[in-house]
Design a protein around this ligand. Structure first.
Ligand code: PBG
Ligand code: ZN
Length: 326
């Protein structure tokens, strides 16, 4: 059948009708809020490269987590900025470091809020790389042991989900077996399975001081031109025991997200990264785009492409908007 019988505009006539036939929805259940924890007390300092986001000491982070939990956001993801960095990123697997203390503090004030921890070394190494460095090279297998130690330390602190973001080969198997050996069989793994070497991470690296001191991350993060390789990465991580997989960044890789979701039909997350946030904030500050509409439209696009949930710096703000509507 075709025009004049078929008139798609009939179902667009008013908001109630549009609401009835809408295929994709964004809800508070889809949102994960990233938080940055720093040493010290009573610190809440705006991050210059991520306006509206804060460096929080454990005490202030716990307050923020309680507020996020009240908004019914299901989860936060924690990133640590350590007091001291060294060659081997030892603060990553120190039971008394910031992420571990923050995890314990959250579990006290908001036991129902899921704690995801980012498992990587780059925030903790003096050279800024995601693994152990020898002769200007990031050494894969020696790194696995440290990543596994980090994941176990996070689990011991009470993390519900560990999220390795380093892109070393074999890290999911290494982490799964270390967790199981220590009795953390219920700790889930959200793998940053498909993580591209991207310019969109710039503001984050400034926020955590993790820009590599030499070279770049192209020897371990993926080449932006590749999509068959994305399927391979996801397949390997699932085979090694990942419970959930992630595609990152978000907006520039919606094709990859859609394909990964359709191919494996497994829980798949999207990460709207710091550069995506910064670009929206910059354009909105100039009045060039409608801030609220562009945020909601972008987050909906991740859902439409197949994301089961979204890591986004907008999580708590968007949850607040959703609450206004109800
Ligand atoms: C650590 C890590 C990074 C991000 C998440 N985990 C940075 C990187 O790989 O350089 C990026 C997050 C963002 O840009 O918002 N490996
Ligand atoms: Zn890293």
């Amino acid at each position: 059948m075709s025009f004049p019988i078929d008139r798609p505009r009939r179902l667009r006539a008013n908001e109630t009708l549009r609401r009835l036939v809408r295929e994709t929805h964004l809800t508070v259940d889809d949102l994960v809020q990233p938080l940055f924890v720093v040493p010290g007390n009573n610190i809440k300092r705006e991050i210059s490269s991520l306006t509206g986001q804060y460096h929080l000491s454990v005490d202030r982070l716990a307050e923020e987590a309680a507020r996020i939990s009240d908004l019914e956001i299901p989860a936060v993801i924690l990133f640590g900025i350590p007091g001291h960095k060294d060659e081997h990123g030892s603060a990553a697997y120190d039971d008394d470091a910031e992420v571990q203390r923050a995890t314990r503090a959250i579990k006290k004030v908001a036991p129902g809020l899921l704690v995801i921890t980012d498992v990587c070394l780059c925030e903790y190494t003096s050279h800024g790389h995601c693994g152990v460095v020898s002769k200007q090279e990031v050494v894969n297998d020696a790194t696995l042991e440290l990543l596994a130690k980090t994941a176990v330390s996070h689990a011991r602190a009470g993390a519900d989900i560990v999220a390795p973001s380093d892109m070393m080969d074999g890290r999911i198997a290494a982490i799964r077996s270390a967790l199981d050996k220590e009795g953390f069989t219920q700790t889930a793994i959200l793998s940053y399975a498909v993580k591209y070497a991207s310019a969109y991470y710039g503001p984050f690296r400034e926020a955590v001081g993790s820009a590599p001191q030499f070279g770049d991350r192209r020897g371990y993060q993926m080449d932006p031109g590749n999509v068959l390789e994305a399927l391979r990465e996801a397949e390997l991580d699932l085979a090694e025991g990942a419970d959930m997989i992630m595609v990152k960044p978000g907006i520039a890789y919606l094709d990859v997200l859609a394909l990964v979701k359709r191919t494996f039909n497994r829980v798949t997350a999207a990460y709207q990264v710091s550069g995506e946030y910064a670009m929206i904030e910059a354009a909105a500050a100039r009045g060039w785009v409608d801030r609220r509409r562009i945020i909601l439209e972008t987050l909906l696009s991740f859902k439409r492409a197949g994301a089961d949930f979204i890591l986004t710096y907008y999580a708590s703000e968007v949850a607040g908007w959703m609450r206004e509507r109800n």
